[in-house]
Ligand binder design. Structure first.
Ligand code: SF4
Ligand code: SF4
Length: 400
């Protein structure tokens, strides 16, 4: 069933021990497969301070800070979808040997629930496609892309990481432009795991069904995720659009602020629409906009530790690395940094653009916009979520 296991066994014989990089659900699935196939795993490696030092399925989770003293040599089975970041990290730590774990997962039948292997279908598919896309130079696989469909939100959170608190006259995006953005993007990529429809609040733009219908009918899009804050219940006539197996609604639960959460949940449940409720307890402090005059080396460091740098974002046909840079550009809160994005409306829809996008997604080392940003390191300062403000926050505007 797992033909790649032979290769892993042979490679391991030359380089023991074998460590699974990433102790999340996909890493645990890889552990199950290896145990089933008699391949010994030494431990997990995971950079999360919450997980490192614990045990999962009886196996120790080692943090990168303890790795060299415990295992001066090791081979890594990578379970993290962002494989390029992991390989860079391993190289930094002095470990050149790794295996793309997604190749191992190809033997799983993800369409069926498996009582033995504890796996999550989307997470597994995501890992397989990310690793295949990385290994195959002709393929362009996008793990997730955010599509900004509106600047409007029913809440005005002081510390919104998507910078909604700065918009003075927030607008919905033009529907024709949005559909063209989707067409253009899909013309240059091979596969997209998650197309995330965002704002503001996605439901604030009444044209959202046109966008969702286009995305669900696109064979290259695996899943369509809508983000909402539990204040809006979609109209009855639009519900059919959401009754699609590709659709997932993520509702952020802000307590009493999410005043329609109960109604929304009932509606989704009664209609058989997939949803997930995220209870937010803390936010990273990452919404300030001001220039720091950092050196190039400092910008690279900041970018490296930023957990938002792989949140590809489409804004008015332009592809950005993160929602911060997309919104800072929309707001004209940063100078016109043309190298920070790719304007897909100005590019030919051919292999050159595909290579450019791949290079941008995999190899960009920092954005000029990072100079205005406090970055989003996992260990950054926290702020109380969803503090409401009455008026938009002031900021310095650049002429463009
Ligand atoms: S609800 Fe979400 S999108 Fe809206 S302002 Fe708050 S954090 Fe930003
Ligand atoms: S540090 Fe750079 S990549 Fe990260 S959120 Fe800020 S602008 Fe985006």
């Amino acid at each position: 069933m797992f033909k790649e296991i032979k290769e892993i066994r042979e490679t391991k014989e030359k380089q023991t021990p074998l460590i699974i990089y990433g102790a999340g659900i996909v890493g645990q699935t890889m552990l199950s497969i290896c145990q089933q196939e008699g391949v010994e795993i030494e431990c997990f490696l995971d950079g999360s301070e919450k997980v490192a030092g614990t045990k999962i399925d009886g196996l120790e989770v080692v943090g990168p800070w303890d790795l060299k003293s415990k295992y001066p040599n090791a081979l890594f089975l990578i379970s993290v979808a962002a494989i390029k970041d992991v390989i860079d990290k391993l190289q930094e730590l002095g470990y050149p040997n790794w295996i793309a774990g997604g190749t191992l997962l190809k033997g799983l039948d993800t369409s069926q629930p498996d009582p033995y292997l504890n796996h999550d279908r989307f997470a597994v598919e995501n890992c397989i496609l990310c690793h295949e896309g990385f290994i195959n130079p002709t393929k362009l696989f996008i793990r997730s892309v955010d599509l900004i469909i509106t600047e409007r939100c029913s809440l005005k959170c002081k510390d919104c990481s998507n910078l909604m608190q700065y918009y003075e006259k927030p607008q919905n995006c033009d529907t024709e432009m949005l559909l063209r953005s989707i067409d253009t993007f899909c013309a240059v990529v091979d596969d997209i795991m998650d197309f995330r429809v965002i704002g503001g609040d996605a439901f604030m733009n009444k044209e959202w069904p046109a966008v969702v219908n286009r995305l669900t009918s696109e064979p290259k899009v695996r899943r369509v995720v809508l983000y909402t804050n539990g204040t809006i219940v979609p109209k009855e006539k639009d519900i059919e659009t959401l009754k699609n197996e590709k659709v997932l609604i993520i509702i952020t639960d802000y307590g009493t602020l999410s005043r329609k959460l109960v109604n929304l949940r009932h509606l989704l449940e009664n209609s058989g629409i997939s949803y997930h409720i995220l209870k937010i307890v803390e936010w990273l402090d990452c919404s300030a906009i001001s220039p720091h005059r950092r050196t190039q080396e400092e910008l690279k460091e900041l970018f490296k530790i930023c957990c938002a740098k792989n949140m590809a974002t489409l804004s008015d046909g332009k592809l950005f690395r993160c929602p911060y840079s997309a919104n800072a550009t929309r707001l004209k809160a940063v100078p016109n940094y043309e190298g920070d994005h790719i304007d897909l409306f100005k590019e030919p829809l051919d292999e050159t653009t595909k290579s450019r996008v791949k290079d941008y997604i995999l190899n960009k080392e920092y954005l000029d916009t990072c100079d205005f940003c406090d970055s989003r390191p996992l260990s950054g300062n926290e702020v109380q979520p969803a503090i409401q403000i009455k008026k938009p926050l002031p900021y310095r505007k650049f002429n463009k």
